[in-house]
Write a protein that binds this ligand. Structure first.
Ligand SMILES: [Mn+2]
Length: 154
């Protein structure tokens, strides 16, 4: 099954400037790195931050209503949402009114991540961004199917 089906179904690519999942290959990343990540500030009906990790050829995505944790020990709710295409790493722009996620999307941070541990309920990784560095944990809360906590631990 194509994990980008939900992404496509939610959008009308004649109306939104968001990428339509081209499938184009991206340049390789440095050795030791698991993939890329991006943080997008999304001025939708409700301001939130989108955090995306490259894995299995797509961007695994979470919505963080309050943004990423900044201080060591801080934890923030992260709601898992539909996979996004790799093209979304560079997306910045205005999603027009009447479309899914209408509002401005700003690229806040972009870089690579090193995978430290991966279990079905827990992902441990280090971010190497231009302004953002640190080690984080994403852990399923068990309170709702798609609810995770993002914790900065280093
Ligand atoms: Mn969003």
């Amino acid at each position: 099954m194509d994990s980008l089906e939900e992404y496509r179904q939610k959008r009308n690519f004649n109306q939104t400037p968001e990428p339509a999942a081209s499938g184009d290959a991206l340049p390789a990343f440095p050795p030791g790195v698991e993939g890329r990540f991006v943080v997008q500030e999304h001025h939708a009906r409700r301001l939130h931050w989108d955090f995306r990790l490259e894995a299995e050829g797509v961007l695994k995505s979470w919505v963080l209503p309050k943004g990423l944790p900044r201080e060591k020990g801080e934890r923030r709710l992260a709601i898992e949402v539909e996979d996004h295409p790799l093209d979304y790493l560079d997306f910045e722009g205005e999603i027009p009114e009447g479309n899914y996620g209408a509002g401005q999307v700003l690229l806040q941070e972009k870089g690579f991540y090193v995978l430290l541990k991966k279990e079905p309920q827990k992902i441990k990784f280090a971010l190497q961004g231009e302004n953002l560095q640190g080690a984080y944990l994403l852990i399923k809360t068990g309170q709702a199917e798609n609810h995770w906590l993002m914790i900065k631990y280093l």
